[in-house]
Design a protein around this ligand. Structure first.
Ligand code: PXP
Length: 235
C-alpha cells in the first residue's frame, strides 16, 4: 500500500500568521525521508493553505511523487499545466466548505471532467477523480478517461456506531472491487486516522491512501514534548 501524505495543514499553520514558517516544502522532505510514497496538496481557489509557490517548489524539490488536488477552475488548470506535477486529483470545491465535502458529481459534469482530464493527460499528468463509493457513479468513471479513482472514505471515517462503520466499510469494498473490474486503479482517502485506517488498508484493490489531517495532527503531539524541552533549554 502506498501512502501519499497530504501536507495542506502545515500550510494552514503558516497561513495563521501569514509568514514563511512552517514551510510545507520542508515538511514534505521529512515525509519523504520517513518513507512516504508521495506528497499530496490541495491548491484551493481561495489559497487558504497551499499556494502556487508551494506547488512549484514541491515539484522542483520532491524526489518522490507530487499529487495536486484541484477543482475544474480554469485559472488553476492553466497554472497546473505549466507546472506539470506527476498527478492531479480532480475534486469538487465549495468556497465555504471546511474541507472537501464529497466526491465529484460525474453524472452532471462528465463533459467538463473529460475535457480537463484530456488537457492534463496531454501534459503527461496522471489523472484521478475523487468519487463517492457508489456503484452507479463508478460505472461512469471510465467515460472520464482517468487513470485512477480516489474513493471518498469520508462517510466511513465519520461513522460512529459499529453497524454504520460496517455498512460504510462494505460500500468501500464493493466500490473498490467494481472499479478494479472496470480496469481503474483505485486510491482512497479522506478522514482516515490511526484508529480507522487498518480495515481500509486491507482492501486488496486499493493501491494508494492519501492521508493528511490525522498525520499532521499527530505530529504535533509526538513532537510537542521535544519542542518544549528545546525552548526551555534555550531560555
Ligand atoms: N483525498 C482528498 C481528495 C482530499 O480532498 C483530502 C483532503 O484534502 C484528503 C484525501 C486527505 O484527507 P484528510 O486530511 O482528512 O486525511
Amino acid at each position: 500500500m502506498r501512502l501519499g501524505v497530504n501536507i495542506d495543514h502545515v500550510a494552514t499553520i503558516r497561513e495563521a500568521r501569514k509568514i514563511d514558517f512552517p514551510d510545507p516544502v520542508q515538511a514534505a522532505v521529512f515525509a519523504e525521508l520517513a518513507g512516504a510514497y508521495g506528497i499530496t496538496v490541495h491548491l484551493r481557489q481561495d489559497r487558504r493553505h497551499i499556494k502556487e509557490r508551494d506547488v512549484e517548489l514541491l515539484n522542483a524539490t520532491l524526489k518522490t511523487h507530487l499529487n495536486v488536488e484541484i477543482s475544474l477552475n480554469e485559472e488553476i488548470l492553466k497554472f497546473i499545466k505549466s507546472v506539470k506535477p506527476g498527478a492531479c486529483c480532480l475534486v469538487p470545491e465549495k468556497v465555504e466548505e471546511i474541507t472537501t465535502e464529497g466526491g465529484l458529481n460525474i453524472m452532471k459534469f462528465i463533459e467538463p471532467i473529460k475535457n480537463v482530464v484530456r488537457e492534463l493527460k496531454a501534459e503527461g499528468i496522471k489523472t484521478t477523480i475523487f468519487i463517492e463509493p457508489d456503484g452507479e457513479l463508478i460505472k461512469r468513471a471510465p467515460e472520464c478517461e482517468v487513470d485512477a479513482i480516489e474513493i471518498n472514505t469520508g462517510k466511513y471515517s465519520d461513522a460512529k456506531i459499529e453497524k454504520e462503520v460496517e455498512i460504510e466499510l462494505a460500500r468501500l469494498k464493493n466500490a473498490a472491487k467494481l472499479a478494479k473490474s472496470l480496469r481503474l486503479k483505485v486510491h482512497a482517502g479522506h478522514g482516515l486516522n490511526y484508529h480507522n485506517v487498518k480495515p481500509v488498508a486491507e482492501i486488496p484493490e486499493i493501491e494508494e491512501l492519501n492521508i493528511g489531517h490525522s498525520i499532521i495532527g499527530r505530529a504535533i503531539f509526538v513532537g510537542l514534548e521535544r519542542a518544549v524541552r528545546e525552548m526551555i533549554e534555550l531560555i
